[in-house]
Design a protein around this ligand. Structure first.
Ligand code: TYM
Length: 328
């Protein structure tokens, strides 16, 4: 049997290079050899306030981007989380089998809540919904960026605890990260990760950015005053981040890129990177606009939801049986 894969992306804002390099590239790679289910996690998005109409649109945007970067609905199941209610159901069961202490230790919650008493409860219980997503599909492998690793570790703990208490029920999943690019940094502040929510739009490059915007963001990106292109994350986080992006999009090893630019200044390196990134984004954008306007998109999500729903219901039957709920 093929290994099972599950992952998801939140439909808040457009997908950026961090999402693409850290996660989506893996999604596409794995669809040829594994049994893949990919979700647009709209229920995770409402942990922070969203404009309802915009949320509906960005959900479809992300679905179209999934396909534009190369996900094929004939190979992988693509669906929207809220169309499969078993995610909420399992999330509650896991809530009742978790501890406030372990949720309090999640760095993402600590960062986002900043210790405030009025932090939304959903932000706190967010990792349990994520665990439910993964466990519903018996996933062996979860391809994500490095920032999600702690959530996968919690999912493993929850699965093992549940299995010990109620008998074998869940598959214990493994994290899978990219060797190069598991954590892409913000262009303006390269010690922070690139994120959808940062205020400065030049901190990130979205997959749908126009060539001029890409140019501006890269040319403005923060580097250092040494003037030598070499890979050193602690001393030269800006250049190292750009080298990573260059390496991923050119298919060359970081060492090769460093050699290629021996004796060159940052200006030329950045200009070349602008070209490489724009060349890579151009076909993705063309495909995106085609798919986004097509009726095919809704059909894919409907069929994907039905397929996912059948798998999720199977798992929930098992869970209900184990915990003493009635399966009618
Ligand atoms: P989200 O929507 O924040 O990000 C989607 C994916 O992109 C990765 N990522 C990055 N990778 C490298 N560098 C970055 N700067 C960067 N920023 C984001 C994330 O690690 C992620 O893989 N909680 C998840 C969504 C989710 C999920 C799941 C993932 C919900 N349920 C079940 C896997 C399995 C999130 O908020 O991702």
């Amino acid at each position: 049997m093929k290994p099972k894969v599950f992952s998801g992306v939140q439909p808040t804002g457009n997908i950026h290079l961090g999402n693409y390099i850290g996660a989506l590239r893996q999604f596409v790679e794995l669809q040829d050899t594994m049994d893949c289910v990919y979700c647009i996690v709209d229920m995770h998005s409402i942990t922070l306030p969203q404009d309802p109409e915009q949320l509906r649109q960005t959900t479809l945007d992300v679905a179209a981007l999934y396909m534009a970067v190369g996900l094929d609905p004939k190979k992988a199941t693509i669906f929207v989380q809220s169309t499969v209610p078993q995610h909420a159901e399992l999330s509650w069961v896991l809530t009742c089998n978790s501890y406030t202490g372990e949720l309090s230790r999640m760095t993402q919650f600590k960062d986002k809540s900043k210790g405030s008493e009025s932090a939304p409860t959903g932000l706190f219980t967010y990792p349990l919904l994520m665990a439910a997503d993964i466990l519903l599909y018996d996933a062996n492998i979860v391809p994500v960026g490095n920032d999600q690793k702690q959530h996968i570790e919690l999912t493993r703990d929850l699965a093992i605890r549940f299995n010990n208490k109620f008998g074998d029920t869940f598959v214990v999943p493994d994290y899978k990260g990219m060797e190069v690019g598991a954590r892409i940094m913000a262009l303006d502040e390269p010690t922070k990760k690139m994120s959808k929510s940062a205020e400065n739009i030049h901190s990130r490059i979205s997959l749908l950015d126009k060539p001029e915007k890409v140019k501006k963001s890269i040319m403005k990106s923060t580097t250092d005053s040494e003037g030598i292109i070499r890979y050193d994350v602690s001393e030269k986080p800006g250049i190292s981040n750009l080298l990573t992006i260059y390496s991923v999009f050119s298919g060359k090893k970081i060492d090769e890129v460093v050699q290629q630019y021996e004796g060159s200044g940052y200006g030329q390196f950045k200009k070349d990177l602008v070209e490489i990134v724009n060349e890579h984004l151009d076909p993705i954008q063309k495909k995106y606009y085609e798919i986004r306007e097509s009726e095919e998109l809704i059909k894919v999500l409907k069929e994907g939801g039905e397929k996912a729903g059948a798998i999720a219901e199977n798992t929930m039957k098992r869970v209900r049986e184990k915990i003493g709920f009635i399966n009618l």
